[in-house]
Design a protein around this ligand. Structure first.
Ligand code: FAD
Length: 464
């Protein structure tokens, strides 16, 4: 067999790629990671982390403005946007620096440059000084992520129409922000900027926002956002965006007819598309479509020594899925037998309050003809939630006819942390009684989960 430079080349240093590289090094193989921009990828630099840094600043501002509820009197609270941005950059830099260190300590060769395929075992890397070099490996993982998918409408290229990356670094908090798309990214930005004082309008093509989540969540969350001053227009389609006297105007068609909305900034949060351009996949014979690179459950493409993981596969576009798929791919190529359970992937929306979901929604259970039960427990009946001043929302649990937990959906404080008890329950096929037998500490938000599960058996203690 021909001797290659590396056992594995990973293209892309996001949460899929850098985790795959670390796992390979842990297993004793020689690995090279090629990144054209910044280690950490979308997640650390333009996604999960910077949005959550802004989210936290927005949350602190909201809490301070409403501090009298806690008996704390306030005066003169203002936002210094430059300091908010500085804090965001510091957190991002700290985490990216941590990955650089990890690569060094695992002995991973990191190459800066843009990779493209030459054949099934070779990639050409174009470096920033325009020089090129070829590298070869027994296996290659494609982890090139995704890019914003912008609507092809008139005005989409105007300077005040931004994608999520540009929105993260706007110079000022816009007075009027219109967000096209009521999915996860759109609603997170709506929550953040409305808390900072922008007048936010969300325009969603479908009949509801967050349409992929359990219907009860969207139904209850929509009025909560409206109460915070966010205008939500559903079943509405943006036709064009025009410049007018220093701002922009959107023309939309809605059920009530055409309307125009003025805005200072427009965020296009209309989904993301797999980043396959420029990879020259044809040279390696890797099959792909505009939906992404197709793989089996180990991440193997049609060319068996080439794997694809994360957003570029067009599946669930989340950082933790990308990382998990990276580990599965590496362990599979090293002859192990890893398991990927795509049914148990927690997903979170960092809004006010948080939303988190895992397993089957009630709508999916109905569509699959599953005999199921649901139970809900309200955060308003939980002592810890009330002490936090966050008694809004609920936890909904779904079980099958054998009392096995199959879905958990949370709208409420710290939902993104609480969801993991649900994820563990589903992945271990726990029955309601297993949860009930597990003592939950008091006073905690976790009691909401045990109370909701007790409700499945009709023995809830604190439900009215
Ligand atoms: P990426 O993170 O996109 O990394 C791909 C890397 O490949 C990039 O660094 C890119 O520069 C590099 N690359 C591309 N082409 C080449 C090439 N030819 N040669 C060399 N390098 C190349 N997910 C969550 O789980 N939680 C969240 O809270 C969350 N919030 C988000 C908020 C926003 C605003 C956005 C946009 C996304 C968010 N996501 C979140 C999604 C998450 O960021 C992605 O799912 C995740 O980053 C995908 O990881 P990846 O490794 O597949 O790709």
């Amino acid at each position: 067999m021909e001797k290659h430079d590396f056992d594995l080349i990973v293209i892309g240093g996001g949460p899929g790629g850098y985790v795959a590289a670390i796992r390979t090094a842990q297993l004793g193989a020689k690995v090279c990671l090629i990144e054209k921009h910044k280690l950490g990828g979308t997640c650390l630099n333009w996604g999960c982390i910077p949005t959550k840094a802004l989210y936290r600043s927005a949350e602190v501002y909201h809490l301070m403005k409403n501090s009298e509820e806690f008996g704390i009197l306030k005066s003169g609270i203002t936002v210094d946007w430059e300091l908010v941005q500085c804090r965001k950059r510091k957190i991002v830099d700290q985490l990216v620096g941590g990955i650089v260190q990890l690569m060094k300590s695992y002995g991973i060769t990191v190459i800066e440059g843009e990779a493209q395929f030459e054949d099934t075992n070779t990639v050409l890397v174009r470096k920033s000084d325009e020089t090129t070099e070829n590298y070869s490996a027994d296996h290659i993982i494609i982890a090139t992520g995704s890019k914003p998918a912008l609507l092809p409408i008139e005005g989409a290229d105007l300077p005040d129409v931004l994608d999520s990356t540009a929105m993260l670094s706007v110079e000022h908090i816009p007075n009027r922000l219109v967000i096209i798309g009521g999915g996860v990214i759109g609603m997170e930005f709506a929550a953040i900027f409305s808390a900072f004082g922008s007048q936010v309008t969300v325009i969603e093509f479908l009949p509801s926002i967050l349409a992929q989540l359990d219907g009860d969540i969207s139904k209850r969350f929509t009025p909560m956002m409206k109460k915070r001053g966010v205008e939500i227009l559903t079943s509405a389609e943006v036709k064009k965006i025009e410049e007018e006297d220093g701002h922009v105007v959107l023309t939309l068609s809605t059920k009530k007819g055409d309307m125009k909305i003025p805005a200072d900034k427009v965020l296009m949060a209309t989904g993301r598309k797999p980043a396959v351009e420029g990879l020259m996949l044809e040279k390696a014979g890797v099959a792909y479509s505009k939906k992404g690179i197709g793989t089996n459950s180990y991440g193997q493409t049609n060319i068996l020594n080439i794997y694809a993981i994360g957003d570029v596969t067009g599946g669930i576009m989340l950082a933790h899925t990308a990382s998990h798929q990276g580990i599965i791919a590496v362990e599979h190529m090293m002859g192990m037998e890893p398991q990927y359970n795509a049914d148990v992937v927690p997903s979170c929306v960092f809004a006010f309050p948080e939303i988190a979901s895992v397993g089957m929604t009630e709508e999916e259970a109905v569509a699959k003809g599953i005999v199921y039960k649901t139970s809900k427990f309200m955060f308003g009946a939980n002592g810890k939630a009330l002490t936090l001043g966050e008694g809004e929302g609920f936890l909904k649990v779904i079980s099958d006819e054998d009392d096995v937990i199959i879905g958990v959906h949370i709208l409420g404080p710290h939902a993104s942390d609480l969801i993991h008890e649900g994820a563990l329950a589903i992945s271990m096929k726990a029955r309601a009684q297993d949860i009930i037998n597990t003592i939950h500490a008091h006073p905690t938000l976790a009691e909401v989960f045990s109370e909701a599960v007790m409700g499945l058996k009709g023995i809830g203690l604190h439900a009215a």
